[in-house]
Design a protein around this ligand. Structure first.
Ligand code: SF4
Length: 463
């Protein structure tokens, strides 16, 4: 057995971190694309070394919790040979490169971003010096299609746009539009140059090693213009028109046609990204038997199977429900989000994961939805799991009841003064939460306008 070094920050396959429930590893799956053989290997790992389940994270990689014995060298070798471990151990904890989960199959995309993801991942493998950057350093490629990852936070985002009849990639830094357009063939060189200058900033920083500066700190210190001036040797275009942007973000569950004639992809809801190992094996079997052995993990902690012929759709839907999973998109699980909560984070006031799953299990018995409602559980004000607004947000708090303290939530809806929305209730115990949510969701269902989301309804009616 190999005793692995523990990571002080973000975990990787070769650098686990410890959590309240045991060791935790993250397996990088660039672009979220994974095949059936890789799924079988990960399911075996979860059974043999952990508690028999995995999570899909909000960077579309796989996380295994509750590891109670060290992974053997043989297992690590198998995972590495299957492409699930970095060739270069030093860069293993670098964050997963994100792209739309529908890259290459989206009928509306301007660019298939899969080659960019592979090329940048190779670049990282060959440049171990980049491991000195903040472990939060993050890059995403957005092909400008119907399924945009624009609602996910990334340090560097390259979004495909059309400008003057040509397709470019438009550069965003920490969600700010720089107005810079770059040719497709220069995209990797641009990210490399940005990372290089960021690395020299990191080396100059007097922050301690365990608090390496984020890219946002560089932008605060230098400003975007000065940063870009140092990124030399590229023929970047100036700010042009805004071009054609990407879709509205998020991925509808259920069946969708692909750009390839007569092929479809199917979106499957996973409660808070969790899959039991037997379900993971079952989905890998379905991808092998009905599709192209391709599964795509999404940054919304769901999963899709692509390349399903029309004739197989009814059969695969049936098989998915036999695995205890939902692909209708109308379950409350489909847009449920929660941070790790008290099982993985000492800042949390509540056990968000358990509370969220219990709440939705209860509400699913009483409610049937026509469109998803995004419910976001956050253990504290930091909002790690979702950075944009939500329909309903529950923020963990401690409530004083006489001489004892109990866990509870502040409840927010729609848009308001707080980044979580407008405060509706303060200090509600978890026992009271289901009744309140059932009441406001039923009110929404009685009074909603056609196509109106819960958040829009809450804003319009000021509930
Ligand atoms: S939102 Fe707060 S409680 Fe949740 S993971 Fe982030 S810091 Fe921890």
């Amino acid at each position: 057995m190999l005793s692995l070094p523990q990571s002080p920050t973000c975990p990787g396959l070769f650098s686990p971190s410890s959590a309240a429930d045991g060791m935790l590893i993250r397996i990088r799956t660039p672009g979220g694309i994974i095949n059936s053989r890789q799924c079988y290997a990960i399911a075996n790992l979860a059974d043999d070394f952990a508690a028999g389940y995995v999570h899909i994270t909000n960077r579309a990689n796989l996380q295994v919790r509750e590891i109670h014995k060290n992974l053997s060298i043989e297992v690590l070798n198998i995972l590495q040979e299957l492409g699930l471990g970095s060739r270069n151990l030093e860069v293993d904890p670098i964050r997963n490169i994100m792209s739309s989960p529908t890259a290459g199959i989206d009928s509306f995309e301007l660019i298939d971003t899969r080659p960019f993801v592979r090329a940048l991942d190779n670049y990282f493998q060959e440049h171990p010096e980049l491991a000195a950057l903040s472990p939060k350093f993050s890059v995403c490629f957005d092909g400008g299609g119907a399924v945009s990852v624009g609602d996910r936070l990334n340090d560097i985002r390259l979004l495909a746009v059309v400008d003057g009849g040509n397709t470019y990639l438009r550069l965003y830094l920490c969600a700010k539009d720089t107005g810079v357009l770059v040719k497709k063939e220069e995209a990797i060189a641009l990210v490399a140059a940005l990372a290089d200058v960021y690395l020299s900033y990191t080396k100059q920083s007097d922050r301690p090693n365990y608090r390496r500066p984020r890219l946002k700190h560089l932008l605060e210190d230098w400003g975007i213009e000065s940063y870009l001036k140092l990124v030399t040797g590229l023929t970047m275009q100036g700010a042009g028109s805004r071009g054609l942007g990407a879709g509205s973000g998020g991925l509808g569950m259920g069946i969708h046609p692909q750009r390839q004639p007569n092929l479809f992809y199917i979106g499957i809801t996973l409660p808070l990204g969790r899959l039991e190992s037997w379900q993971l094996r079952g989905l890998a079997d379905l991808a092998r038997n009905y599709g192209s052995e391709t599964l795509r993990l999404t940054p919304w902690q769901n999963l899709l199977i692509s390349d399903i012929p029309n004739r197989s759709i009814a059969d695969i839907q049936d098989e998915i429900s036999k695995l205890g999973l939902d692909c209708s998109g109308t379950s409350l699980y489909s847009a449920l989000v929660a941070c790790s909560g008290s099982i993985g984070c000492i800042s949390s006031n509540t056990d968000t994961q358990t509370d969220a799953l219990k709440l939705v299990a209860e509400l699913n018995q009483k409610l049937s939805l026509k469109q998803p409602i995004n419910i976001h559980f956050s253990g504290c004000e930091k909002s790690c799991a979702q950075h944009g607004g939500s329909d309903i947000a529950l923020v963990g708090t401690k409530i004083q009841q006489g001489d004892r303290t109990v866990e509870g939530y502040d409840i927010y809806v729609g848009v308001g003064d707080s980044s979580f929305g407008r405060e509706l209730y303060r200090g509600v115990t978890i026992v009271e939460v289901p009744r309140i949510l059932e009441r406001i969701i039923k009110l929404y269902q009685r009074q909603q306008l056609t196509g109106e989301s819960f958040g829009e309804f809450a804003n319009r009616c000021h509930i």
